[in-house]
Design a protein around this ligand. Structure first.
Ligand SMILES: [Zn+2]
Length: 489
């Protein structure tokens, strides 16, 4: 009901806008539920206004990619991960890195630098081992999944049931599964489709009496290393240990099982869950000239990581470009009308906890407080453009902004966005948001594995991503209009 009224009101605003009222700082722009790209009816005055930002975008790009800031984002990321290593929720390393980033943000001249509390799960990986004991002996490299329980001391020795899919598993009778280790070997069908085996495999197998699950690592490519990730137990299921093994071992086990061989595994895991821990989101700002604490543009990435690798890619890169975009804009003397707020989320990997706590704490005035959300959490390889999620009116304006990114050769646009897990707390309810589109075809090769290191990050590409982030955030934050949002209550 309320939404419809808002739409009608915004329709009127468009008429006013095209009659030249834009110059009087109309705070919202909209059109009648436009359908396709062609139906965009951005007033020409606004199109021209956005085009007018081209010289500023060019300046931002040349300073960050080819000027005094070139290479600096990579250096700062390397210093962060070399100093603190992996940053798992609940760990001292994460909390120390939060303190460090706060100090560095202050040294960079960011404003209102502070942290806000967020409860996060506290899970600790212990000793983990899996051995194929029959029909021959082989070590099976594995990584327990976040929040998994461990095995009893000394481990468990059990025969294997191997399946390719949940559908295949459904055909099995409970007596075929009871007391067994279930090995799920799904083919890679893209992350979104395949990851359900990692997140739900233990719950599915437990219902038929399995004693543990081992899952093919969720990756399209492997050179023999396992990938970890989150999982959770359904309400009421018996919690059984759950880990990922390598693609190579998982596929071998499935082949052998299908030939009718009896396969036995000795699995020992000392992983443990502790009481939730209070971590912190890290925040710094470039305060707007006109609006200080309303209509804020958020740029974000998550500072926490898995405990394997060092989280340089996931999501050190996203965190650093968000922080450094503000550092460089400030150093260039560029201050937009609205505040740009960098938020480095905590507790993302174990279930988007930092974003949730921030949403809850800022709920009361959120429609006034926030204008637009950016999040980079799908790689910082060579940028291609920006993904967008939001209403058609916001999309039409945003499309014009993306066209400014020609100096970076990053003018591609897609909607809806396939990134932005933390900001989904807002975008799922009608706030507009964007995610960094980049040449991340190899992202899941390294994701959640020991391979997530500085070797994956390229200084030049990181500069380009930072420039894209800084330029897009600046333009959105400085426009004469706020980006339209139709938020459900
Ligand atoms: Zn991530």
């Amino acid at each position: 009901m309320k939404t419809r009224l808002n739409l009608a009101l915004l329709g009127l605003l468009v008429l006013r806008a095209s009659a030249g009222v834009l110059d009087n700082r109309v705070d919202q722009y909209g059109s009648d539920a436009a359908k396709g790209v062609d139906s965009c009816t951005v007033p020409d005055s606004l199109v021209q206004e956005i085009k007018g930002y081209q010289p500023i975008v060019n300046k931002i790009v040349s300073k960050i990619v080819g000027g005094e800031f070139a290479g600096k984002t990579w250096d700062s990321l390397a210093e962060l991960v070399d100093t603190f290593g992996a940053r798992l929720s609940g760990s001292e390393q994460l909390e120390k890195s939060i303190d460090y980033v706060q100090e560095q943000m202050k040294l960079d001249g960011l404003e209102n630098v502070h942290t806000e509390d967020a409860p996060v799960p506290h899970w600790v990986r212990g000793y983990e081992s899996a051995q194929l004991v029959a029909p021959f002996k082989k070590n099976l490299p594995l990584l327990g999944l976040g929040t998994t329980v461990g095995t009893p001391r000394g481990g468990i020795i059990a025969d294997v049931v191997a399946v390719e899919s949940f559908e295949e598993f459904e055909t099995l009778k409970p007596e075929q599964v009871k007391g067994k280790i279930v090995v799920f070997v799904p083919q890679w069908e893209g992350y979104g489709k395949t990851v359900v085996y990692r997140s739900k495999g233990a719950s599915v197998a437990s219902r038929k009496g399995a004693v543990a699950t081992l899952i093919r690592s969720v990756t399209p490519f492997s050179i023999g290393s396992p990938h970890t990730g989150g999982q959770d137990y359904d309400e009421g299921v018996n919690k059984i240990p759950s880990a990922c093994i390598t693609v190579e071992d998982a596929e071998m086990i499935l082949r052998k099982y299908r030939r009718g061989e009896t396969i036995t595994i000795h699995l020992e895991m000392d992983d443990r869950n502790f009481e939730p821990f209070v971590s912190r989101n890290t925040i710094g700002e470039l305060v707007g000239t006109t609006y200080t604490n309303s209509s804020v543009v958020v740029v974000s990435g998550h500072l926490d990581s898995w405990d394997v690798g060092v989280g340089a890619m996931d999501d050190g890169g996203g965190a650093l470009i968000s922080w450094k975009a503000l550092t460089y804009l400030k150093a260039m003397g560029l201050r937009p009308r609205r505040t740009i707020r960098a938020i480095l989320w905590t507790g993302e990997e174990l279930g988007l906890w930092g974003g949730k706590a921030y949403k809850d704490a800022h709920k009361e005035n959120e429609k006034k407080e926030f204008n637009f959300f950016f999040e980079s959490d799908i790689g910082t390889f060579e940028p291609r453009g920006l993904d967008f999620t939001g209403n058609k009116d916001a999309e039409c304006v945003f499309r014009e902004v993306v066209k400014l990114m020609t100096p970076l050769n990053a003018t591609q646009f897609e909607t809806p966005s396939d990134g932005g897990p933390d900001i989904s707390h807002w975008t799922s309810r009608g706030f507009p948001g964007a995610s960094l589109m980049n040449k991340n075809e190899k992202y899941f090769w390294f994701h959640h594995s020991a391979g997530d290191s500085m070797a994956v990050e390229d200084p030049k590409n990181l500069d380009k991503c930072t420039a894209l982030w800084a330029a897009a955030a600046y333009v959105i934050a400085d426009l004469s209009i706020s980006i339209p949002k139709y938020v459900s209550d």
